[in-house]
Write a protein that binds this ligand. Structure first.
Ligand code: SF4
Ligand code: SF4
Length: 448
């Protein structure tokens, strides 16, 4: 099979050998589950339960507030302990529903009951996806019913299931593809019923031979779904990288994948669609990797949403012996969020906890020097941006140039530029901060 790739990118140490062959096991969720109301791009969900209410696994506890929003479901049975602010992965207090787990795991009526999905119309399939609270499981958290309802469904040529999983250390998508290939392919076939002219492609990096074999076997005899192996390169799993690798099409600033005839969904999302449409299962659990050199027993877990991160760490045996780790990351080392603690609840779009003994970013910053204009950052940027100029504009707070001339808001914070910079400049971190500042200004202006 031909291996495709995109322009730019880097080859960070993979670290996947730590957990890649560890089969899923259930993560005990503990006594208290925490559900932030904002687990997705769009408006936060609105609580539909009150303190003291008895709740069941699979019961809706917060409902979507508008089209670009998503329902939230309880993952255990128990009682609503509080509606209050709790720290999220950034350590910022955000509105949450807190549920006391009664340990019975009693399900809400109808959850997990097989449904005949053969005669469903596209609208009925979309409604089931929305009703199940499905969002992008790969990280971004975009509500899936929105993504699957482009202006012109007939114009979508490629539906891609993203199984690239390019972020170092993370291996839960690899395990999912090895063990649930049939469900991923069935999910693709359901989605293709919404997109009559699209071909379905399951995209997997070449460093996952077992997943490639399993998914290829599941695709055998399918007319509209096939596997495409892509080269192992970071960030191959980025939406734009995948589209560029498979079609040669380039998304100009402000464009959406559907504008170039593509829709990309993570393989976990695709499987969630199958479970929701054919088994009435809302999103109450997710696949999750705990890894890094600071973890005793790196592993892949099935985690109930709302489970505190610390419980996932405990399921992985706790911290490795020796020094206390310097870095806790929600996600992987390239795009992950540095966490101040582990009390936050795991959301629908959190796929990993990475624990590192050493904070490589902090260590690099100690050696930071001035830019030497080597141009390496531009060569590796998968979006074709010019990071050294963006950094200059950010330093001068020249937001107009940053946004309009340098397209800095398109930065996906992949970290490739930081990774290669010989001057050890914290480029990606600067861009994240600058984006947050610009968005805050925009919000303030919109509120006037
Ligand atoms: S962090 Fe942003 S600027 Fe740097 S390489 Fe990635 S997309 Fe380009
Ligand atoms: S890689 Fe670093 S030193 Fe080289 S041009 Fe970019 S910012 Fe400057």
């Amino acid at each position: 099979m031909k291996k495709l790739t995109f322009k730019g990118g880097v080859y960070p140490p993979e670290g996947k050998e730590l957990a890649r062959d560890i089969p899923f096991r259930d993560c005990p969720p503990g006594d208290e589950l925490i559900y932030p109301l904002s687990q997705h791009i769009g408006k936060p969900a609105k609580p539909v339960v009150a303190k003291g209410d008895r709740v069941l696994a699979g019961q809706r506890i917060a409902e979507a507030d508008g089209f670009v929003s998503a329902h939230i479901f309880c993952s255990v049975s128990g009682r609503v302990k509080a509606l209050e602010n709790r720290p999220d992965v950034f350590g910022i207090n955000v509105p949450c529903i807190v549920v006391e787990n009664d340990g019975l795991y009693e399900k809400a009526e109808g959850v997990g009951v097989p449904a005949d999905c053969t005669a469903l119309t596209p609208q009925e399939i979309l409604a089931k996806i929305r009703d199940a609270g499905i969002i992008g499981a790969g990280g971004a958290g975009f509500p899936t019913h929105v993504k699957l309802a482009p202006k012109n469904p007939d114009a979508v040529e490629f539906l891609m299931a993203n199984g690239a999983e390019c972020e170092p250390y993370i291996t839960c998508d690899d395990q999912l593809m090895r063990t649930k290939a049939d469900e991923i392919v069935a999910g693709m076939e359901l989605m293709l019923r919404l997109l009559p002219n699209a071909q379905g492609i399951i995209v997997i990096e070449e460093n996952k031979p077992e997943a490639i074999a399993a998914v290829s076997a599941a695709c055998a005899g399918k007319e509209r779904v096939r596997v495409q192996v892509v080269a192992t390169k970071y960030p191959q799993g980025g939406e734009r990288s995948i589209i560029s690798a498979l079609t040669g099409r380039y998304l100009k600033p402000g464009m959406l994948p559907a504008d170039v005839g593509c829709i990309v969904e993570n393989v976990g999302t695709v499987r969630n669609i199958y479970r929701a449409v054919c088994f009435n299962e809302p999103v109450t659990e997710r696949t999750f990797t705990v890894s890094g050199d600071g973890v005793k027993s790196p592993c892949n877990l099935i985690v109930k949403t709302g489970t505190p991160f610390v419980k996932a760490l405990e399921a992985a045996g706790g911290f490795a012996d020796g020094d206390a780790p310097e870095k806790l990351l929600c996600g992987g080392p390239m795009m992950g969020i540095s966490m101040p603690g582990l009390s936050a609840g795991i959301c629908k779009n959190n796929n990993a906890l990475t624990v590192l003994r050493r904070d490589a970013v902090a260590a690099a910053q100690e050696k930071q020097t001035a830019c030497i204009r080597c141009g390496r950052c531009s060569q590796v940027c998968p979006l074709g941006l010019v990071p050294q100029m963006m950094a200059d504009a950010a330093k001068k707070h020249d937001y107009a140039r940053y946004e309009k001339k340098l397209y800095g808001l398109d930065c996906i914070a992949c970290g490739c530029c930081t990774f290669v910079c010989p001057a050890k400049r914290p480029l990606m971190q600067t861009f994240k901060q600058t984006k947050a500042e610009i968005m805050a200004i925009k919000r303030k202006e919109a509120a006037k």
